[in-house]
Design a protein around this ligand. Structure first.
Ligand code: UDX
Length: 437
């Protein structure tokens, strides 16, 4: 099939490359000329494992190209909308500027029978509004809402082998003509057994916000348990193991720590609350306010614990922060709890050095006031305390015996509960986990 992908960020660049990998002829369109030029030379503009290799491979087949000219969407059978919906400045609601602009620019190039597919995470009701705009110009085109569930760091495999496909079509029926078109787009993963669910557009939009809200709630639930464990002298990691053995609960997304961040979960739960408010259903989601509050409290708790670890004073203490990205295998620092903690510690008088294998460039753009050091050993050297805040494998593998001689004081706060506490203590370190005795 001929496919256009509008927006080549974390979602669109991966989607375009993966659709070409599935055998389609794809054009990726983005307003950012630099991004277009990097992608055209098989350079991913952000770190995502496997993406550069995949770009190289599919660009060589001639099935994938990138451009800033939206007119290149003309002639495609399917147009994917993959632009961002960030949080509005100073408000909880999602900023729909990019989605609206993408659709407005695409309108003149939509032909009879084309399928426009929304993948961005949007407030419920957006699909109906956009379908109205499309119908005015091209009554014989279709709009489908087909949310994307990929995780950064696993984006390529999540796109090629997703857990499920959700199609939100106008009448919610299997017989809607757009269903067969999307089935053809996703023929390969569907034939290997990926389930798909056909529903109406508002349900499809809500599936995405509900899924992210559930994940955020699961994390905040275990972080709330961590608070209680700390007060009671219990261990949240054993607690998570034990409750996770119940199939109905499951162990995934029960890792207590410094809380969730990134470009999705925090802004999605806030946008969901804002939208529910507009719909008069705000009471239904008041619990998400608490989910957000528990999450933000983790950051404050880490500051308190670091102060306690540093003999009750942060003033002049040299703190090495291991990790800047919001999660490992990503260079994304949007709403990164690690960086927000690092900046707070510095504000409170500590001398902070941040290290990260991939995210330092992005981190320095957002927090230019912090000091960055690419080599973790240099960052750790002469420090009064280490804070492990993003669980990159190389930080999990650090050897406490090798580090003891180079630090000013052997103290570590494990913000992700991933280190072997006994091993670090045996090597003479003061080890502090979160929600653990
Ligand atoms: C999330 C959803 O998982 C994905 O389906 C959706 O498409 C986009 O939003 P992503 O933001 O890439 O994906 O990261 P995810 O792996 O979900 O992690 C989100 C945050 O939660 C990270 O900051 C992570 O460190 C944190 N987290 C995750 C925890 O603190 N504990 C856990 O147990 C799991």
């Amino acid at each position: 099939m001929r496919i256009s992908v509008i927006g080549c960020g974390y979602l669109g660049a991966v989607h375009a490359a993966c659709m070409a990998h599935l055998g389609h002829e794809v054009v990726g369109i983005d307003v950012d000329e630099q991004k277009v030029s990097e992608l055209s030379s098989a350079r991913a503009p952000f770190y995502e494992p496997g993406l550069s290799e995949l770009l190289e491979q599919v660009l060589n087949t001639g099935r994938l190209s990138f451009t800033s000219n939206v007119a290149s969407a003309s002639g495609s059978d399917v147009h994917f909308i993959c632009v961002g919906t960030p949080q509005k400045k100073g408000e909880n609601a999602a900023d729909m500027t990019y989605v609206d602009a993408a659709v407005a620019k695409l309108l003149p190039y939509i032909s009879e029978g084309d399928v426009v597919v929304g993948k961005s995470t949007v407030p419920v009701g957006t699909a109906a509004r956009l379908a109205g705009l499309i119908k005015e110009i091209q009554p014989l085109a279709h709009l489908v809402w087909n949310p994307e569930f990929l995780r950064e760091g696993h984006a390529v495999s999540d796109t090629l082998n997703p857990d499920r496909f959700v199609y939100g079509v106008e009448d919610g029926s299997e017989d809607h003509p757009a269903v067969a078109v999307l089935d053809e787009v996703y023929a390969a993963p569907l034939s290997s057994g990926t389930p798909r669910l056909v529903t109406d557009p508002p349900t499809a939009e809500l599936v995405k916000t509900a899924a992210n809200s559930f994940l955020a709630t699961k994390i905040s639930f275990i972080n709330a348990m961590a608070e209680v464990c700390e007060a009671a002298g219990a261990d949240v990691t054993s607690l998570a193991d034990a409750i996770g053995m119940d199939d109905r609960i499951g162990r995934k997304f029960l890792n207590a720590g410094i809380g969730f961040g990134g470009g999705c979960l925090p802004k999605d739960i806030r946008a969901f609350m804002a939208r529910a408010g507009e719909l008069g259903a705000d009471q239904a989601l008041t619990f998400l306010r608490e989910v957000d509050a528990i999450n933000m409290r983790r950051r404050t708790r880490v500051i308190e614990l670091t102060r306690a670890l540093c003999d009750d004073s942060l003033l002049g203490k040299r703190i090495a922060v291991l990790g800047a990205a919001f999660k490992p295998e990503s260079d994304d620092v949007r709403d990164s709890p690690a960086l927000s903690i690092a900046a707070q510690l510095q504000l409170q008088g500590a001398i902070v050095t941040v290290t990260d294998p991939k995210a330092l460039k992005n981190a320095a753009k957002r927090f230019p006031e912090l000091h960055y050091e690419p080599d973790p050993v240099n960052a750790i050297s002469k420090s009064d305390a280490l804070l492990l805040l993003t669980e990159w494998q190389e930080y999990r593998d650090l050897d406490p015996y090798a580090l003891s001689p180079i630090v000013a004081a052997a103290r570590i706060l494990d913000g992700r509960n991933v280190l072997n506490a006994e091993k670090w203590r045996a090597a003479g370190w003061t080890y502090k986990g979160l929600g653990r005795p």
